[in-house]
Design a protein around this ligand. Structure first.
Ligand code: GUN
Length: 283
């Protein structure tokens, strides 16, 4: 029997209804949740992502600001802009879309965002809080993956979880969240020997490599949960993930589609983090 789909669109809709309701309550107290999104340069995928983030804010009644800068923007100018947003009481979340142009040191920029407005959860203070099990803002993509697992009541405690990809944005925070939920976690990277040996043992397989067909059907454990974070554009314009979906769907128990799996959940959890930042500001 083919795997059940982990439908990120349907789950997002449900969670966004709750976010809109909570947003209305905090707005009635005089604090309308506000998100500022900054994008530097013309990366076409980034342009789509930031537009989707701002549109999602509008849909749930949040205030949003999209600031687009040319790739020539200087690092100091960007830092000055962040300082202004840090001090702006109408803004509760600040997101600088990655990647940044090479002449800008991304880590300096991420550290400049006030930790209480760091709705991406990328500031070292928030990464550290997550590491010690006291997260303030969970990075949106791993947070969304956890919500997908919760939606099927998957027994994470004691499960073997394998994450392919060790980025600061997805792989590492995903490992922390799964570890704290009681999974036995392995993080694989581009140098891992015999990747299939690890993935075939995974009750929960999370793949975030940005490489189309990185995971073949025979690398997946029968009945497992496969969460595909990859978004790759094929030469014919179609979007696909890092997992060979058409093969893996006959082996996995649950699988996320691309598009329509993790992608919408990432934006939903960004809204959740922005809402929570506003709720804290209203206290
Ligand atoms: N680039 C790819 N994913 C993300 C994300 O979740 N946040 C930001 N700021 N940039 C990204």
């Amino acid at each position: 029997m083919p795997a059940q789909l982990l439908d990120g669109v349907a789950l997002s809709k449900k969670i966004r209804t709750e976010i809109a309701a909570r947003g209305a309550i905090v707005t009635a107290k005089g604090v309308r949740p506000g998100l500022a999104v900054i994008v530097v340069g013309e990366n076409p995928a980034s342009q789509v992502y930031v537009r989707n983030k701002v549109k999602a804010c509008e849909d749930v009644g949040f205030h949003s600001v999209l600031e687009r800068y040319s790739a020539e923007l200087g690092e100091e100018e960007l830092l000055a802009r962040i300082a202004t947003l840090n001090a702006d009481p109408s803004i509760h979340g600040i997101l600088v879309q990655l990647p940044l142009p090479e002449h800008i040191a991304a880590e300096r920029v991420l550290e400049a965002i006030a930790p209480q407005k760091d709705v991406d959860g990328f500031h070292v203070a928030n990464a550290g809080a997550l590491m010690v099990g006291q997260p303030e803002f969970k990075p949106c993509t791993p947070y969304g993956c956890m919500k997908l697992l919760e939606s099927i009541d998957y027994p994470i405690r004691g499960a073997r979880a394998v994450i392919v990809g060790a980025s600061n944005i997805v792989g590492k925070p995903m490992a922390m969240l799964l570890l704290q939920a009681g999974a036995t976690v392995t993080i694989c990277n581009s140098k891992t020997r015999d990747l299939a040996h690890h993935t075939k043992d995974a009750d929960i397989l999370v793949v975030a490599t940005g490489k189309h067909k990185m995971i073949a059907g025979d690398m997946v454990k029968t009945g497992s949960v496969v969460i595909d974070v990859g978004i790759n554009r094929l030469p014919d314009g179609k979007l696909c993930g890092d997992v060979d979906f058409d093969a893996a769907k006959y082996i996995a128990g649950w699988i996320t589609p691309v598009p329509g799996g993790v992608g919408p959940m990432t934006i939903t959890m960004l809204l959740m983090n922005t809402l929570e930042a506003a709720e804290k500001a209203a206290k």
